[in-house]
Each structure stands twice: as C-alpha cells, then as structure tokens.
Design a protein around this ligand. Structure first.
Ligand SMILES: *[C@@H]1O[C@H](CO)[C@@H](O)[C@H](O)[C@H]1NC(C)=O
Ligand SMILES: *[C@@H]1O[C@H](CO)[C@@H](O)[C@H](O)[C@H]1NC(C)=O
Ligand SMILES: *[C@@H]1O[C@H](CO)[C@@H](O)[C@H](O)[C@H]1NC(C)=O
Ligand SMILES: [Zn+2]
Length: 583
C-alpha cells in the first residue's frame, strides 16, 4: 500500500476520488485507535507487476537511505514533564489553542493586488494590530527577545541572544500573512473563517494551518523554555515576513538581506520554515519528509500580433486559431520526467526502496538500479508518473493559466496573449524550460510564416503575417539542495525522529520512522534566504497533510489539535538540540 498524500498536488484531488483498501482501513483503525492519526489512505490499484530483478544484497542495505538516530535533548532524558505537559495537559492545550485562535482573528491578508507598503501603509494596518496581539499574548517572549522591524514596520525579527556569539544563530521562520477568503465561498465555511473555532479535535479558520499555527508554536515553545529556565548559548532568531503568499518581496527579501548583513554569508546555523507534505505512510513505515530542495518557477508571456481585418474574408487560421495550435502543441509535449542523483527525490525513492516491505507496490528493485540501468529508470519514471503525489517531484510542469484575445464578433483578432506557469524540476533550470517553450513557438511560427522575438531579441524576422513576442517573467531557479549528511542535518532529522517516535507515537509504531529528504513543489519564503545558510529545512511537522487534509488556502481550513501541540514540542526540543550542537 502506498499512501497518497502530498502538498501542491493534493489540493486538486477531490475527496470523492479517495478509495480505501481493506489493509489501509485496518492500518487506519490501528493507528487511529491509539495514535489519533488523521491519515487518509488511497488504494493503489493492482500491484504493479515487478519482475524480480536480482539485486546485489550490498545495495539493499541501509546505506542507500541513511537515517540518523533520534536525538533526545539531555533535558528530556532527565525529565520529560514539559513535553508531557505539551502533549497531554488539557488545560495547557486549551490555553495554547486559545492563543492560536486569537491570532486567526487578525485579517493579515495578502492579495495579488497588494500595494507598496511604503506608500500604502493603511492596507497593512491589520499587521500592526496583530503585532500588538502577539505582544500581549506572549509577554515573556517579548521580555527576553529583542524585536526589530527591518525595512518595513510590518516585518518581525526577534533575537534571543545566546551567550556564545561565536555560534551561528538558528533561524526559525513562519509568515504572518494568509491568503484571502473568497467572499463567494463564505457560505461554505462551517465556521466563520476569521473567528477561529475549536471542536475539541480540530481547529478551524483561515491561517490556522498556513501559517499561524507554526508562528504561534514558535512563541509558545520559547515561553516554555523561558519558564523552564533555559538560557540559550546559541542565538535564536525568529524571522517572520508579511507577504509570503505573494512572493515575499517586501518581507522575506528584506529580512534575509538584513540577516546576511548582520551575520554574514552562510552566517546562520540552519533555517526551518514551512514546507510541503509532512508525512507519508508507505506500507508499515512512517516517512517524515522535510524538503531540502524546492522547485524553481518561471512564467512565460507569449503574445501573437497579426494583421486585423474584416471577418467576412478571414485567413484559414486567425490569430486565435494559431495561438490555440500553440497551446495544443505545448500540451502535447510535456516536459519529460527525470530523476538525477542530486534531486532529493532520488533519495526519497531510495528510502522507499530500502524500507518498503517485501510485497510492496513500490518498485524496489528498479529504484535501486535506476542510476545504472536505463530500462529500470524508465519503469520507475512510469510508476512515479502514475502517482499523483509523486509525479510533480520529478519533472518540470507547464500550466497555461491565462489566455486573452479578440474584442469583437466581426473583427479579426490582432493580438492574443498567453501566460504559462512553470515549476522547474530540481536538476533542470529556467533556461532549459524557456528553451522548450521557445522551440514550441518556433515550429508554429515557421509553419505559419510568422516572426519571433524572444526577450527582445529577434529570432525570426517579422513577416506580413505578423510575429510572436515571447518574454520570460520572474525567474526562480530550483533551490540549492541542503546537505543531508553532517551535523546540521543529523540534529534536525534526529529531532524530527525523536518527536514522532517518543512524543507523538511512543511505543505505537511498528517500524522506526524514516526521515527522508524530499522537495516542495511550491515556493516558500526561504527562496530569499539562500545566502544565509546552506542548511534550509522546509518542514512544518504534522501528523496530517496540511494541503490535502488541511484545506490550506481553501474553504474550511483546519488542522488536528495534536499537530499544533507537536509543533510546540518540536520547536522546544529543536532549540535545545541546536543549542547543544557544537558547530
Ligand atoms: C515521559 O517519560 C515517561 C517515563 O519514562 C514515559 O512513559 C512517557 O511516555 C514519556 N512521555 C513523553 C511525552 O515523552
Ligand atoms: C478544553 O476545551 C474543550 C473544548 O472546548 C473542553 O471540552 C474541555 O473541557 C476543556 N478542558 C479543560 C481542562 O479546560
Ligand atoms: C515584447 O514584449 C515585451 C514585454 O512585454 C515588451 O517589452 C516588448 O516591447 C515587446 N516587443 C514587441 C516587439 O512587441
Ligand atoms: Zn504558508
């Protein structure tokens, strides 16, 4: 069995398509009864017919998927009462929930039309109210941490100064903004989105999952640490932007520049920010999936100019006909999936192969051979492409999102416009992506004897039939991949493992948790932070899928209360583990 939950993709999967298998249901019952997991299982269909390739035992050992041991802070080993309080104490839970739901109240909305915060500060007024709320709600944090507002008063930068300035600071991130609520969908919300609601199991409201739970959990963990007498050796920084949902131009970009100028290039120990899918269950094993890579993104703007005229004497192909042919050709030739060794998804596949069970639907043998055997690689890619939670991790995507043209029923269109959105595969580049689209346009241009300009350069001269004008918009290359060997990774992944094995599901898991490198298909504020450290982990620890089951960005955004408590616990333990790390 393979459990299909993933970010990015999942939002498009209607609930009605979820199918269940008996095995999944049994496993679900098992997990639910003791662990209160909110897993949705999918039935894979008939197990793929895997020819039993003989694989040398040497590559079937764990070296293909090294998993660092769980890392328990000394304080936890001595006395776990704070952790017990976080996950079990109902009074603490209710207080924690009330603080989170209070944050949901503030309409810190980012819309595509956002104005410049310098010239239109009134648009951002809810953020200032939100800041007051944080100050009132987390007095200890505000007493012990320094607060600054780099660039814009809406940015929040907290510094908890450590006693050893030679240690690189740990940077923890979350964003203050949320996506808007479409007024047309208000009737579909079971609870008013900006009220915030708790039914004893789930939390509801806009931003409850993305990203106010993460933001609140940082303050809650820090207040507990202060109460427990913890004094950091390593500086801890909270960097909280206010426009992540629209690209982080004013928030993350400014905060990152500020931090690089204060601490230097590669001056941070590690960054943790929100991510994609938090967990997947494959067979009997729980995979935690921090994203150590992030796909790139690129927009293609394509215009076609042709002579107009009366539609009583039209050419065989109007401007709209030709641009339609282009759309059709673009879609007929999708980007080929590819898995390179440098893509963290390759490591994720290796982990599946090593840890999936004998009779698993995961094509283990092919996965373990894919670097040395082209036909094995082809079969893996085919399998990956058939899994909607995996296919986007291995290829560049193209989505024609806007088409615009024609103004009158009896006039030939002179101008049409297309916008194509791409998410660029790790291992590929924006240039390669633009090249593919350029070639698609070139062949249509040649066929119809049209000119072609690309980024203001002439590729084919204009003709009397007209010309294409292709411009590539904002480019974001795939993120550099964070190292998944060495101390920083071991501390991070070891803490994640500790959280699941000791705190979320103590004594309840059949197999050890596998913390596997993965990637996000969407972008996060960390896209602006590449200079601050190589060690960027996009991971909002959760026991559910925040996009699929959390309705992130959608109607009835929600999350199980346990996930919020585990986030508090994770921050508490991770700050302590990083503090004890020597480098
Ligand atoms: C705390 O420690 C006790 C005793 O070792 C153990 O039974 C319990 O599971 C621990 N709880 C947590 C949340 O770590
Ligand atoms: C916590 O909140 C829930 C839901 O509102 C309520 O049923 C429960 O009694 C509260 N527990 C405590 C200890 O306050
Ligand atoms: C092509 O499009 C770009 C971007 O919109 C624009 O700056 C440029 O003037 C256009 N060139 C022509 C010849 O249409
Ligand atoms: Zn987010």
């Amino acid at each position: 069995m393979y459990k299909d939950i993933e970010a990015g993709v999942a939002a498009r999967v209607p609930n009605s398509k979820k199918k269940y298998s008996a095995i999944a249901a049994l496993s679900l019952a098992f997990l639910l009864s003791i662990a209160k997991l909110w897993f949705i299982w999918y039935f894979l269909g008939a197990p793929s017919k895997i020819s039993k390739l003989s694989v040398g035992n040497s590559i079937l050992d764990d070296s293909a998927c090294p998993v660092a041991p769980a890392l328990r802070p000394e304080s936890y080993v001595k006395d776990n009462s704070t952790l017990v309080k976080i996950v079990e104490d109902q009074t603490f839970r209710n207080e924690s929930v009330a603080k989170l739901l209070g944050a949901v109240h503030y309409r810190t909305v980012s819309s595509d039309s956002r104005p410049d915060p310098k010239t239109n500060p009134e648009f951002y007024a809810p953020f200032l109210k939100f800041h007051e709320y944080l100050q009132k709600t987390y007095p200890l944090a505000h007493k012990y941490l320094d607060l600054e507002h780099p660039g814009y008063e809406f940015n929040l930068l907290y510094t908890w100064r450590g006693s050893d300035p030679s240690l690189k600071p740990l940077v923890l991130m979350a964003h203050q903004d949320v996506v808007p609520v479409n007024p047309d969908t208000l009737g579909e919300w079971e609870h008013e989105p900006f009220e915030g609601y708790y039914d004893g199991h789930f939390l509801y409201g806009r931003g409850v999952s993305d990203c106010k739970s993460l933001l609140s959990s940082l303050f809650q963990a820090i207040e507990l640490l202060i109460k427990d007498g913890f004094e950091p050796t390593r500086t801890v920084v909270l960097s909280l932007g206010f426009d992540e949902e629209v690209g982080g131009k004013y928030g993350a970009a400014t905060l990152s520049d500020f931090l690089v100028s204060r601490y230097g290039r590669h001056g941070a120990y590690a960054i943790v920010d929100e991510g994609g899918a938090a967990i997947e269950q494959i067979d009997d094993t729980l995979f935690a999936l921090p994203a150590v890579g992030e796909k790139g993104s690129l927009e293609s703007y394509i215009e076609l100019f042709t002579p107009g005229g009366h539609s009583s004497v039209p050419p065989d192909h109007t401007n709209i006909g030709i641009i339609s042919e282009l759309v059709s050709n673009i879609e007929k030739a999708p980007f080929s999936p590819d898995i390179t060794e440098s893509n963290p998804f390759f490591k994720y596949l290796q982990c599946m192969a090593v840890h999936a069970t004998e009779d698993s639907a995961v094509p283990k043998n092919e996965i373990l051979r894919l670097l040395v055997d082209e036909s094995a690689k082809e079969r893996v890619l085919k399998w990956v492409d058939s899994k909607r939670n995996l296919r986007y991790l291995a290829k560049t995507t193209q989505a024609v999102d806007i088409i615009d043209g024609g103004i009158k029923a009896n006039a030939l269109p002179e101008h049409t416009k297309l916008v194509v959105n791409h998410r660029v595969n790790v291992g590929s580049s924006c240039a390669v992506t633009g090249e593919k689209i350029l070639n698609d346009i070139k062949s249509v241009a040649s066929k119809h004897n049209l000119g072609l300009r690309f980024n203001n350069e002439e590729i084919l001269p204009k003709t009397e039939n007209g010309y294409f004008n292709y411009t590539t918009g904002d480019m974001l290359e795939p993120a550099p991949v964070s190292p998944t060997t060495g101390g920083n990774w071991e501390v991070f992944s070891g803490t994640v493992k500790h959280l699941f094995e000791d705190i979320a599901y103590p004594g309840q898991l059949k197999n050890p948790v596998v913390v596997s490198p993965s990637i996000t298909t969407g972008n996060t504020d960390t896209a602006h932070y590449w200079d601050l450290t190589k060690h960027i982990y996009r991971y909002r620890l959760a026991t559910f899928n925040s996009v699929l089951d959390g309705h992130a960005h959608g109607v009835n955004e929600q999350m199980p209360v346990e996930s919020h408590m585990y986030l508090v616990a994770f921050n508490y333990e991770y700050i302590r583990n990083c503090d004890a790390a020597k480098d």
